[in-house]
Design a protein around this ligand. Structure first.
Ligand code: GLU
Length: 480
């Protein structure tokens, strides 16, 4: 196989979405597996829709995911002269032509085709203009585009590594535009020139581009360029098999970052949108996917986008994450939720993260699960109140609990537990009669980390204060 050179070529007209991220990732995996190069090219010839903000968002998204590139970013908007040069050359060779048809003329062609029940195609009106006519129109300053002379007969076959041969009848194409009247290349033309110029060996992109590929092949043939290999990765559909859209929840990498997903979970998840390792395991490292990634094992079937699976994976990566890294990832969420300020006790936060992480699936959920360590004014879980606080005699048990806890000198996990065990024996109650209301009193919740872990982290003063406050609350509801 010749040197592998692939490219990711985003149009900077929005955020990095799941589909784009997957295209970037599959190119990256393929490059890394083959010791090849990934080139980042920016398809920014649509000057009106391309923005610097979008470019920044895409680059940030790639970097955050850990998708690095070897060359670029190369901007199409800086290569305009080259496209023009090639277009002019095609005209000189008689493989393309200047077309001076006005919008009105094209509208007439379209409506006539419609009337005849035919697909609306350019009729080839300017295909055979004489050099004199061309000169005359140019001298008059008439606007023109450049169109490729497409063969009227025969077929164009896309040899696709994933899909096999896909045939297109040339009769379904008209003489399509390669240069617009503002001297900008069309997507198909600029892509071919760049892919050739950048010596791209394999074009890996979404299935939505499959219908562009025969046109690009016709351009390769007109220019006499050697063609690269093609691989079109399947569509990503919503769980109900409809087209993926905003109503299916977050779809951009940025949104997932803001919701508290880890990049490695997203990478694992989007790899699964079309590929699985040979052992069929769904949780794997990037080292493994790089080692095993080949295009012939990429699925032909549409991938189904399922955020539940992503969230499940994220939970796994959170549980396995190094505690210091996880703490650092959680801190911005604590700050943005107003739970801590810019100055904080790192070690304390680290301990809490370690206590709560087990049950949580996103960084944001971890931060929420930590809220009662930083806030005293939490609400009590309603069901918990009914079950534990409304029970007869619970306030007396909690009063005894306060006494017992106040007597603990070294307020740690073991000593607090000992104090509680003694109390249970002395009062001859079930452990739940003491544990459940205490948990609700000090955290507002009915579940969470070990009760004595919470006590140790809160410290004696806070623990006692919160139980006192709960007793008052219980008394107030019982008076009603
Ligand atoms: N700029 C195009 C896109 O974002 C690139 C398509 C291609 O890879 O050729 O869809």
């Amino acid at each position: 196989m010749k040197d592998v050179r692939v490219r990711f070529a985003p149009s900077p007209t929005g955020n990095l979405h799941i589909g784009g991220a997957r295209t970037a990732l599959f190119n990256w995996l393929f490059a890394r597996h083959n010791n090849g190069k990934l080139i980042l090219r920016v398809d920014d010839t649509d000057l009106e829709r391309s923005t610097g903000d979008s470019m920044k968002a895409i680059l940030d998204g790639l970097k955050w995911l850990g998708i690095d590139w070897d060359e670029g970013p190369l901007y199409q908007s800086k290569r305009l002269e080259m496209y023009k040069k090639y277009a002019d050359e095609l005209v000189i060779q008689g493989k393309a032509y200047y077309c001076f048809c006005t919008k009105e003329e094209l509208d007439i062609m379209r409506s006539e085709a419609q009337k005849a029940g035919k697909p609306s195609m350019y009729t080839g009106k300017c295909r055979n203009l004489s050099p004199d006519e061309v000169k005359k129109y140019m001298d008059e300053g008439k606007k023109y585009v450049v169109r490729l002379k497409v063969p009227k007969e025969g077929k164009t076959v896309v040899h696709d590594i994933i899909r096999g041969d896909v045939e297109f009848d040339n009769s379904t194409f008209d003489d399509f535009i390669i240069m617009k009247s503002d001297n900008m290349p069309t997507y198909n033309f600029a892509t071919v020139i760049d892919d050739y110029d950048m010596e791209i060996s394999h074009i890996i992109r979404g299935e939505e581009h499959l219908s562009n590929t025969p046109k690009q092949i016709l351009i390769y043939e007109a220019l006499g360029f050697e063609k690269p290999e093609f691989a079109h990765v399947s569509m990503i559909l919503a769980p109900d098999r409809s087209k993926l859209s905003k109503r299916h929840g977050a779809t951009s990498v940025q949104e997932f970052r803001d919701l508290g997903y880890l990049p490695e979970a997203i990478i694992n998840y989007i790899t699964l949108l079309g590929w699985v390792p040979s052992d069929g395991e769904e949780v794997f490292t990037t080292e493994k996917s790089v080692r095993e990634f080949t295009l012939d094992r990429v699925s032909k079937n549409p991938a189904i986008y399922d955020t539940k699976k992503l969230t499940w994976l994220n939970g796994i990566y959170i549980r396995d994450c190094d505690i210091d890294r996880l703490t650092k990832e959680v801190i911005p969420f604590l700050i943005s939720k107003g739970l801590i300020g810019d100055e904080y006790d790192y070690d304390y936060i680290r301990k809490i993260v370690s206590a709560v992480r087990e049950r949580e699936k996103t960084l944001s959920e971890i931060a929420d699960a930590m809220s009662y360590y930083f806030k005293d004014d939490f609400l009590y879980d309603e069901k918990g109140v009914k079950k534990y606080f409304e029970k007869d005699g619970v306030e007396n048990i909690l009063r005894e609990a306060i006494k017992a806890l106040k007597a603990v000198d070294d307020f740690n996990l073991i000593e607090t537990e000992n104090a509680y065990r003694d109390l249970i024996e002395r009062l001859n109650i079930k452990s739940g009669d003491l544990f459940h209301p205490t948990r609700l009193a000090i955290s507002g919740r009915t579940f969470g980390p070990g009760l004595f872990d919470i006590m140790e982290l809160l410290g004696k003063e806070k623990t006692v204060e919160r139980i006192e406050k709960a007793i008052k609350y219980i008394e107030s509801i019982k008076q009603k």
